[in-house]
Each structure stands twice: as structure tokens, then as C-alpha cells.
Design a protein around this ligand. Structure first.
Ligand code: C2E
Ligand code: MG
Ligand code: MG
Length: 530
């Protein structure tokens, strides 16, 4: 019915624009559902409503306003019309936001500040305690940052800190917090993710190394290159302390130790964690060296059919350690997986298996197929199939001689990628086998989607096949399922005649295990199975 000048000034609508229209043309439609009903209800009962709403100016801009609507009534109480009085509160809102930013974020780098970190850390400690998980805190201090600040000026120093912040942000996950305490001190917090201390320590070492590596990359500041290193103190929570300040203090203490010792630049608060971390770092270094010095060897375990004929062999890696002797893959494959070293190791395994195929062929003792184990990390490489193809070509080995064993966990971790790669492998002529089958989560619908050639029943079921009726049923079910899907089935870990008889009765005609042969070096394999 009527508007004043202030209305026109705020909204951009003139009197002529609006007279006679329903006021909802102003609405930005940002209000949640039920808002208008609620407003009307309050207005009917109280004759007044007050609150914040979003409206739209004539030029399309949306702005927040503080609105009071009052019903105007005649002397008998009959409603005549409503009067709305509002003020534009966008500036106030912006100021609130800025105060929030200043209070919780570091103005230079935009990272959360100490206050916000403490707040989040408190919550994460509580969550970690509740869920029995371990989280980790990393305290970083750039080495010799002061020199740069003093020699090149604060502007260069600031620029560098901004770049450090960007790098930290780029390597942590969304749920992690990279924060700046002030000066050249940063803290990265990782919420609880691992139920076991050893696992959490291993993951922490990995992230600490990743942080070290990113900071070690040269920085370009105002046209010139700068090299920096950092010292990192690590602690896990809620292991010892559960107050946020105390946890930060631990990481700080560990950081000073890292600075003093200079070793790897990483130090853990607790000696036992340090030990585990050192062991892990040493192992990683040794694996790298082993790859260079060709200390890995492949042993072969026969896979036989029900007539005792060797139809295939599984290649199993061992580490011929100069001091420790033959090291089991269970000890070093997990670390190789964590560190990506599994990729060159995995390539080597396929190459070496192909070489062995050629050797046996040349000796006129051909083994029809050789199976190699492929880790998830390795299989997920974008060019995995290309590499296999390349190795086969280079070794001049026909693709149908090679079998690739993948675990259930690997197969289902990214089903689309798996389907694509398995199809490509199939096109190439390489067969695939699902290793340790039965302990994962494969459902029939997955199996139907995948061009698999073989299921390999996990040894844990085979072990108790004669004594545990549940295992017996599971094994029988797997065998029938494989048959219905037209897949080969093989049992691994067959140690006794009794187990083999049971399997044969149920229709599984391929076996691998100590009963028919242990994993052996090539020479012994030849003399035992040749
Ligand atoms: P896997 O592929 O399931 O290999 C079977 C494991 O069971 C082998 O242990 C083998 O020695 C053992 N085994 C065979 N028959 C019997 C038996 O009758 N009884 C018992 N108790 N055990 C038996 P190994 O060689 O220590 O390998 C362990 C795991 O390490 C393998 O499990 C595989 O996951 C991994 N691995 C081995 N070689 C490689 C490799 O070249 N690359 C990758 N990525 N992983 C590998
Ligand atoms: Mg295997
Ligand atoms: Mg297995």
C-alpha cells in the first residue's frame, strides 16, 4: 500500500514499482521450508513478528534484513493491514564474519589459528577416546627461517609462510587441520583413524615424511629460489595426555628433540613410538637398497590337479637379506605398499617370473602357468595393464602363461577401475585369480560383473575343513558358486591327505599347499617337480 524513501534506497524499487504488489516479490526464497507458515502463525497469535530474513534488491543482490511486522487493527480489533519495518544488516553481518575470521584464522595464511586448533583438537580427542581410535598431531618448525627473515626482509618471509601453508593444505585431507600457531610454527592435526597404536604410528611416520618432502621442495619467492627443511615433532592422542594444550606441548617437546638430533627431521614424543618409527624408516631405506642390489628372489609353489600333475606355480617373493637371511614377504610387503615401493617391486616380480618361464621352457620342462601376486597399490596404477603388456612383450612370453592374483579387498575397493583393468587383462590374454577368497566381502553380483578366471579358497577355511563344520560348508559353497559361474577353483594351504580328499569329494580339483609342495627356490622346484 505504501513505502517510504528509505525502502526505495535499500531495495532499489521506486514507489511505482511496488504499489499494489504482494510483498513476496522481495523474497530471496532463501528461507527454509516452514518459515513462512511459522511467521504467519506467530503474527496471528502475537500480532507481531521479528527476525532476520533474506530479501532481494531490484538489481538481484540478496541481502539480510532485520524485519518487524506488526498488524494494524481498528478499535474493534479487526485486522486492517500490516506494517513492516526493516533495516539492512548486511554490513553488520560482514563485520561479524570478519570478527570470526580474525578470532579463528591466521590473517597471513588463512589457516586456522591456535584458538580454532585447540577447539577442534578438543573435539577430536573426545571423539578418538569414544571410538578407541588414535589421532596424531604434528608440530612443525621451519629450520633457519629467521635467517631468511633477517637477510631478505619480512615481506619475503611472509611470502614463504604463505607458500608453506598452501603446501600443507594440499597434502592433508579435508578432515585434517593444518594450522599456524604464529611465526614459523605450524601444526597439522589428523583425527582418529586407526584402532591400533602400531598402525597409527606407521601412518604418522608416512605423513611426517610427506610433510618433510613437500617442505624440502625448493620455494620460489620473489623470483629467487630458497631451500628449506623442517623439524617435525609427532605425538599421538589420546594416548598419554588428553588435554589439548598438553598434546600440543608433547608435540612441541618432540619437535625440539628433532631439531637437536637432526635425524630424519622427525621425532616422536614417546620413545616406543620413536623406536617403531625408526624401525619403519630403516626398513624403508633397506627395501630401497634391496631393490637396487637385487636382493629379492622368487620362490615357487606348485599348484597341482587331482592326478598330481603340476598345472601351475605361484611365485612368492622373498628377501635375501645380507644379515637377516631370508625375510618373509609378510614383513616387508606392507611397508612397500605404504611407500609405493611396491610398484617397482611388483614390476620386478612380473619380469622375474617371465624370465623363469623362459628358462623352464628352454630346459624343456615347461610350467603351463605362473601366478604372481599383485598388490592393490600396484593394481591401481593407471598404467598397470600397459606395464604388464610391456613386460610380457619384452620377455617374449605369451600372455596366457601369466596369472595375476588379486585379493578380494583389492578387487572391490574400486569396482569400476577393476572391471576396466580386468577386461583389458582379459583382452591381453592374462588370466586373473581371486586370492584368499572367502574372507573378503565379495558378493555374487560382483563376481558376475568381473571377468575372473579362478577363485582361490583362502587357507583359513581349508585348515579346519575336517574339524569345523562351518568351514566345511563355506568351502563347499565356494566350490558350487565357482562352478555355477564357470570359474576354476583352487584351494590353498592344503596340508593333509584328509583335506585334499574332502576337497576332491566336493568337486575342487586343484590344490596348492605343503601337502603337494612347499614354496621352493627354482632349482629345488625343478628337482622336486620336474
Ligand atoms: P598368498 O598369496 O596367499 O600366498 C600364500 C602363502 O601361504 C605363502 O606365504 C605360502 O608360503 C603359504 N602357504 C602355502 N602353502 C601353505 C600350507 O600348506 N600351509 C601354510 N600354513 N601356509 C602355506 P608367503 O610366501 O609367506 O606369502 C605371504 C603373502 O605375501 C602372500 O599370500 C601374498 O599376499 C604376499 N606376497 C608374496 N609374494 C608377493 C609378491 O610378489 N607381491 C606381492 N604384492 N605380494 C606377495
Ligand atoms: Mg597368492
Ligand atoms: Mg592366499
Amino acid at each position: 500500500m505504501r513505502v517510504n524513501n528509505a525502502f526505495s534506497k535499500i531495495t532499489g524499487y521506486s514507489t511505482d514499482d511496488v504499489i499494489g504488489r504482494h510483498p513476496d516479490f522481495l523474497s530471496a526464497a532463501y528461507q527454509e521450508s516452514g518459515f513462512i507458515q511459522n511467521l504467519i502463525q506467530v503474527l496471528t497469535t502475537n500480532n507481531q513478528w521479528q527476525g532476520e530474513i533474506w530479501n532481494r534488491r531490484k538489481n538481484g543482490d540478496v541481502f539480510p534484513e532485520w524485519l518487524t511486522v506488526t498488524g494494524v487493527r481498528d478499535e474493534h480489533g479487526n485486522l486492517l493491514n500490516y506494517v513492516g519495518i526493516f533495516s539492512d544488516i548486511s554490513e553488520q553481518k560482514a563485520a561479524e564474519r570478519e570478527i570470526h575470521e580474525l578470532a579463528f584464522y591466521d590473517p597471513l595464511t588463512g589457516l586456522p589459528n591456535r584458538r580454532l586448533l585447540l577447539d577442534r583438537l578438543k573435539q577430536e580427542i573426545a571423539a578418538a577416546k569414544r571410538q578407541h581410535y588414535y589421532g596424531a598431531l604434528f608440530f612443525l618448525d621451519l629450520d633457519h627461517f629467521k635467517n631468511l627473515n633477517d637477510s631478505r626482509g619480512h615481506q619475503v618471509g611472509d611470502e614463504l609462510l604463505i607458500q608453506v601453508a598452501q603446501r600443507l593444505k594440499s597434502i592433508v585431507r579435508d578432515e585434517d587441520t593444518a594450522s599456524r600457531l604464529g611465526g614459523d610454527e605450524f601444526i597439522v592435526m589428523v583425527p582418529g583413524r586407526y584402532p591400533q597404536l602400531a598402525q597409527a604410528t606407521r601412518a604418522a611416520v608416512m605423513l611426517a615424511e610427506k610433510i618433510l618432502n613437500t617442505i624440502n621442495q625448493p620455494f620460489i619467492v620473489q623470483g629467487s629460489e630458497h631451500h628449506f627443511s623442517t623439524s617435525i615433532g609427532v605425538t599421538l592422542f589420546p594416548e598419554i595426555a588428553d588435554q589439548p594444550e598438553a598434546v600440543i606441548q608433547q608435540a612441541d617437546t618432540a619437535m625440539y628433540r628433532a631439531k637437536e638430533s637432526g635425524r630424519n627431521g622427525i621425532s616422536f614424543y614417546r620413545p616406543s613410538m620413536q623406536e617403531a618409527a625408526d624401525k619403519r624408516l630403516t626398513l624403508e631405506k633397506e627395501i630401497r637398497q634391496a631393490l637396487k642390489d637385487e636382493q629379492f628372489v622368487l620362490h615357487y609353489q606348485a599348484q597341482v590337479d587331482d592326478s598330481g600333475q603340476v598345472v601351475s606355480a605361484e611365485a612368492l617373493i622373498r628377501w635375501q637379506h645380507p644379515v637377516r637371511g631370508l625375510v618373509s614377504p609378510m614383513e616387508f610387503i606392507p611397508v612397500a605398499e605404504d611407500t609405493q615401493l611396491i610398484v617397482p617391486i611388483g614390476d620386478w616380480v612380473i619380469r622375474e617370473a617371465c624370465r623363469q618361464i623362459k628358462v623352464w621352457d628352454a630346459q624343456n620342462k615347461p610350467i603351463p602357468h605362473v601366478a604372481v601376486n599383485v598388490s592393490s597399490r600396484q593394481f591401481r596404477q593407471a598404467d598397470f595393464v600397459e606395464r604388464v603388456k610391456h613386460i610380457l612383450l619384452e620377455a617374449d612370453v605369451s600372455a596366457d602363461r601369466l596369472v595375476i592374483e588379486l585379493t578380494e579387498g583389492c578387487v572391490i575397493s574400486d569396482i569400476e577401475d577393476t572391471v576396466r583393468k580386468m577386461r583389458d587383462l582379459q583382452d591381453l590374454g592374462v588370466n586373473t585369480s581371486i586370492d584368499d577368497f572367502g574372507i573378503g566381502y565379495s558378493s555374487l553380483s560382483y563376481l558376475k560383473m568381473l571377468p575372473i578366471s579362478q577363485l582361490k579358497i583362502d587357507q583359513s577355511f581349508v585348515r579346519d575343513i575336517a574339524s569345523d563344520p562351518n568351514d566345511a560348508v563355506i568351502v563347499e559353497t565356494i566350490i558350487n558358486m565357482a562352478k555355477n559361474l564357470g570359474l576354476h577353483v583352487i584351494a590353498e594351504g592344503v596340508e593333509t591327505q584328509e583335506q585334499m580328499n574332502f576337497l576332491r569329494d566336493k568337486g575342487c580339483l586343484n590344490y596348492q599347499g605343503y601337502f603337494t609342495g612347499r614354496p621352493l627356490c627354482p632349482a629345488t622346484f625343478e628337482s622336486n617337480h620336474g
